[in-house]
Design a protein around this ligand. Structure first.
Ligand code: SF4
Ligand code: SF4
Length: 393
């Protein structure tokens, strides 16, 4: 997936060199967001991959792509923590690169500055000497018969470093490295992609298309404080996972992390689709987890569905999954009437109001409304069939 290859001899003496063809996923414990602890963990995680200078050459323009989904404080674990962004920016600058930091929030582009401030990303950029860039200009690309509009800072960068957040996702099940690159599509352009790919299988192909078009050379996942349950927005439950994870193969990274969370093989559709397309390693047996692999011993994680569902083979649950249709439900007492859910909806299924009204005929179940709701007032509800067999609420 990257022209940088997928494995180099490690620099730390404690690591056994991995065969070049086996993707390496490097894991480090990191229990909190103290700047020194975060930086040390990232440096250590990058060591088996060759260190940051393997990727960054003097004069390179490097785009850091954190998850900046919405203007949420870091304690809610919605966005990549600013300490992670700042540490990576400093390392890149020390290696001679110029750092740009950008992402497209879940709502309209107009909330970008609010997201930078609320999440602490603006301060992190200033302290590191990096520049924040809005994702407003686009470059057109066509792939697999579909048009994509990718943010210019992404396509014009010499190097893209992916900085995802470890979270569950009510629609996509899991959001880590692959899903994070969907933010390379600016603002309401994301609505178009959701609109033409309403089901989870079709949307998985969209996510894989975007990954193929953006080709991050390196991924460093913020798995210190992540989410479980009804992620990835404010309705998700923060949970300490206590690690950072790095790899040049973001599919392999997602494979290792999704397995650690308890997702069976094949259950995360976009992960399986990325592996099938040859963009990385989606088979856990083909991934080499190095350094502090025990840091991925998460214990039980609350997934978006009930536990039994993840123990049943995919060939049984796949028809149920096809019948599974998420629908948003709103808690009227929590709604502030801000209207962001209506702005982001790709099918115009939301009518402004406090609370808003949802048109179930138009709704395609993408849960973008829940992602951007600043009150965490929207949760997912599944259709009658799947509720009868116990999938979801
Ligand atoms: S109402 Fe929410 S879940 Fe339904 S299509 Fe609109 S954004 Fe997606
Ligand atoms: S449900 Fe959430 S996003 Fe929608 S109007 Fe209420 S507070 Fe705003």
């Amino acid at each position: 997936m990257s022209d940088l290859g997928s494995g180099v001899p490690p620099t730390a003496v404690s690591h056994t060199p991995a065969p070049a063809e086996i993707p390496v996923v490097s894991v480090r414990r990191c229990e909190n967001y103290a700047p020194a602890a975060v930086r040390d963990a990232i440096v250590a995680a990058l060591a088996p991959l060759g260190g940051v200078r393997r990727f960054v050459r003097p004069g390179m323009r490097v785009l850091l792509k954190p998850n900046l989904l919405s203007p949420a404080p870091w304690q809610r674990a919605v966005t990549t923590h600013p300490a992670v962004v700042q540490a990576v920016a400093e390392l890149v600058i020390e290696a001679g690169g110029t750092v740009l930091i950008g992402d497209s929030p879940g709502g309209p582009i107009s909330v970008t500055h609010e997201v930078w401030q609320t999440t602490g990303t603006a301060r992190a950029a200033q302290q590191a000497g990096a520049r924040l860039v809005p994702f407003d200009g686009v470059a057109w690309r066509r792939l697999n018969g579909s048009d994509y509009f990718i943010a210019r800072p992404v396509v014009e960068a010499d190097l893209v470093v992916n900085l995802p957040k470890l979270k569950t996702h009510a629609f996509a099940q899991y959001t880590g490295a692959i899903k994070n690159m969907f933010g390379a599509i600016p603002g309401k352009r994301k609505r178009e992609a959701h609109f033409r790919a309403p089901g989870s299988a079709a949307f998985a192909q969209v996510l894989v298309d975007v990954l193929e078009l953006t080709t991050p050379a390196l991924t460093i996942l913020d798995g210190v404080l992540g989410q479980e349950g009804n992620g990835p927005g404010l309705a998700g439950t923060p949970r300490w996972y206590g690690c950072v994870v790095a790899s040049v193969d973001c599919v392999a990274l997602d494979t290792a992390v999704a397995r650690a969370m308890g997702f069976p093989p094949g259950r995360v559709a976009h992960l399986a689709a990325a592996g099938a397309r040859g963009l990385g390693e989606a088979d856990i047996d083909g991934v080499r987890v190095v350094d502090q692999a025990r840091a991925l011993d998460f214990g039980p994680v609350v997934l978006p569905g009930p536990r039994w569902y993840y123990r049943v083979p995919s060939w049984i649950t796949r028809p149920l999954l096809g019948a599974l249709r998420l629908r948003p439900i709103v808690d009227p007492s929590a709604c502030s009437g801000c209207g962001r859910c209506a702005e982001v909806c790709p099918t115009d299924a939301v009518a402004f109001g406090r609370p808003p009204a949802f048109d179930s005929e138009r709704c395609v179940g993408c849960m973008c409304c829940a992602e951007v709701c600043p009150q965490g007032a929207i949760e997912s509800r599944r259709n009658l069939l799947t509720r009868l067999v116990g999938i979801g609420r």
